[in-house]
Design a protein around this ligand. Structure first.
Ligand code: ATP
Ligand code: MG
Length: 604
């Protein structure tokens, strides 16, 4: 799988609305808040940065996924936001793998995340520097900082077991109780911590905790654990460590080492912000970091109807084989979206359109689909395919005669030219473009009525052939040679219907995979029900259809509008010279009834 090179113009700033994060950045820039920062060329403690030159990046943001799954649509919002801000303000956005939890992380996930960010059109290369980082590269620095905190009496080794620690943490209304080990001396703690690192203690038998305040109303400040013992193989550091730093400790320090100015995260971290600031402030006082410190800013995560955006649930879908894999075109992963034919520009447009706020809300899935349609409408070449074919014979069209009809590749972009579609006396048309007993308002083909064969002639239906069961097998018609599209006077005769068709001799067989939403309810699993019960039983259908000859030349990932039907993409895995395979990305328009959305019901 090759990583597409992001094209700079592809991710060029769209017209964007301001938001509270942009306002913070603009006021910081106007005040010169970050102008004094120095940068040593790579992440480092403050005194090392101090020896560097003025930081060339006006701001630094970061995208910090944990490599324990594939990225989903929610991550796309975070990526577009962080990389987009860096781009717009002359800054840099770091790609940082937050890989401090050895058990759940894998190289496969690292690779898929790198692919997904590049595919979205963003790059962690800025001004010749590659800002690709791994929190695991900071293990030694994080360890040294912990020793400094211990030396200052700000951290201690707790030898209580997990149950005892939990029992003494207190509740939202009750303060916690001090651990009996809280008053260990710095010497004793340092000795114990070094022995933790050396592997002298069993997993889970000791933890290193910050000494903050067991009575704090914010539970995150009640002496949080920052190191635990865990003998597990790490995907990058192997067996070098048997102690691993925890998230709250790692994250803020990683930001500071990387000179991050604006550390943007989702709202559930708001209660962690005091801890983020406590740790960094102490490390400034202890001479390990310099001001200005990174500032944590929270925004509302993306909640999208009809999908699940939780790694745990996505892993379950894959492992229990409800889908074919992480890149199943129905998966709300970026790998799935790409295979489905969704576009990077569509995601960027979506991010702009939904905006950034601090208020949680639900976005209807149709908003995302509309953004994809909008982008595909401007970008996708038009092609003809007949998905559910029935034979149409033009009885007065000379046997063996072939006429080439010119069809524009894109109706709004004449510069994209035209292609020829062969017309003969025997065609495929869509079964539902014919109706023997047409209801009122049916303007397509019916006995005795006329339609235009798009880019060709007007035909009149003269009769049908049937099989023994009475089913229509062939429709007969005659054409009017004076009505060829694009010839003088052709448009003089008005018909209401305009249908697509393919010559049976020239059409090529194609496999079409018609995808629909993976879940058929707005909030799968709402009210603590099993989200798997909400799977849409009819979300993937594979059929054999016909396409115009030009489709045989399509390359994997080429996207088309199949006229009158929808947007389709040549499957990036299965499409090839021996078999043409197209996935339906999205229908031409949303035919679902409009709905209002109040968010998930608390129980249902
Ligand atoms: P988990 O915590 O279950 O592992 P996660 O979705 O939070 O999963 P991370 O790898 O921690 O995954 O996320 C990386 C970044 O993406 C974080 O900064 C996170 O805030 C952001 N992010 C995750 N989900 C969303 C979402 N739904 N909307 C916006 N940003 C998101
Ligand atoms: Mg997370």
């Amino acid at each position: 799988m090759s990583t597409p090179r992001p094209s700079p113009e592809a991710a060029a700033p769209a017209e964007h609305a301001s938001n509270f994060i942009r306002q913070i950045i603009e006021s910081d820039l106007a005040a010169g808040k970050h102008a004094s920062r120095r940068w040593s060329g790579s992440p480092a403690p403050g005194p090392v940065h101090a020896t560097g030159t003025a930081d060339p990046a006006s701001i630094r943001t970061r995208f910090p996924p944990e490599p324990n799954g594939y990225l989903h649509f929610g991550h796309a919002k975070s990526i577009c936001l962080n990389f987009g801000l860096a781009r717009d303000y002359g800054g840099a956005c770091h790609m940082r793998f937050d890989d401090t939890n050895p058990a759940r992380e894998e190289q496969e996930y690292v690779d898929s995340i790198r692919d997904a960010v590049s595919w979205l059109g963003f790059s962690w290369q800025t001004g010749g520097a590659s800002n690709l980082y791994y929190a695991s590269d900071y293990f030694e620095t994080l360890y040294q900082f912990a020793e400094v905190l211990i030396g200052a009496g700000l951290a201690y080794v707790d030898s209580q077991n997990a149950d005892a620690m939990r029992a003494s943490r207190g509740t939202l209304t009750e303060p916690g109780r001090d651990s009996p080990y809280r008053s260990r001396t710095a010497e004793e703690n340092l000795d114990l911590f070094r022995r933790m690192r050396a592997g002298e203690f069993a997993d889970g038998s000791q933890v290193l905790r910050l000494r903050i305040d067991m009575a704090s109303p914010n539970i995150n400040l009640r002496d949080p654990a920052i190191y635990r013992i865990r003998r597990a193989h790490h995907h990058r550091t192997g067996d070098a460590w048997c102690i691993y730093p925890l998230y709250d400790y790692t994250h803020c320090i990683s930001d500071a080492l990387e000179n991050i100015t604006h550390s943007i995260c989702t709202l559930e971290f708001e209660d962690h912000r005091p801890l983020y600031e406590w740790i960094l402030e102490r490390l400034v006082e202890l001479g390990q970091l310099l001001r200005p410190l990174p500032r944590q800013i929270e925004f509302a995560r993306l909640n999208l109807t009809y999908v699940v955006l939780s790694k745990r649930k996505l892993i379950q879908l894959v492992e229990e084989r409800h889908v074919s894999g992480w890149d199943d075109p129905r998966m709300p992963t970026l790998a799935g979206a790409r295979r489905r034919g969704y576009t990077a520009a569509g995601f960027r447009l979506f991010t702009e359109r939904i905006g950034v706020s601090r208020a949680d809300s639900w976005i209807d899935f149709s908003v995302l689909e509309d953004c994809m349609r909008e982008d595909l409408n401007t970008e996708a070449m038009r092609r003809v395919a007949v998905l559910d074919p029935i034979r149409l014979v033009i009885d007065n069209f000379a046997l063996g005669q072939v006429e080439l009809c010119q069809a524009p590749n894109h109706p709004q972009k004449p510069e994209l030219g035209t292609r020829d579609i062969a017309l003969t006396g025997e065609l495929w048309i869509e079964r539902d473009d014919f109706n023997e007993q047409p209801p009122k308002g049916f303007f397509r083909l019916a006995p005795g009525t006329e339609v235009r064969l798009r880019y060709a002639y007007i035909v009149r239906c003269t009769g049908v052939d049937r099989d023994q069961a009475g089913q229509v097998t062939t429709i007969h018609c005659t054409y009017d040679p004076t009505t060829r599209s694009g010839t003088p006077g052709a448009e003089a005769r008005k018909v209401k219907g305009n249908i697509h068709w393919l010559s049976t001799r020239h059409a090529v067989p194609i496999e079409v995979r018609t995808y629909d939403r993976l879940f058929d309810v707005q909030h799968p699993g709402a009210g603590d029900t099993d989200f798997l019960l909400d799977l849409n039983a009819d979300s993937a259908r594979t059929t054999t259809a016909f396409g115009e000859a030009a489709l045989a030349q399509a390359n994997p990932e080429d996207r088309f509008q199949f006229e009158r039907l929808g947007y389709y993409v040549a499957d990036r895995i299965d499409h090839g010279p021996s078999k043409a395979v197209f996935n339906r990305t999205v229908s031409l328009r949303d035919t679902r009834p409009a709905r209002s959305d109040q968010g998930p019901k608390s129980n249902s």
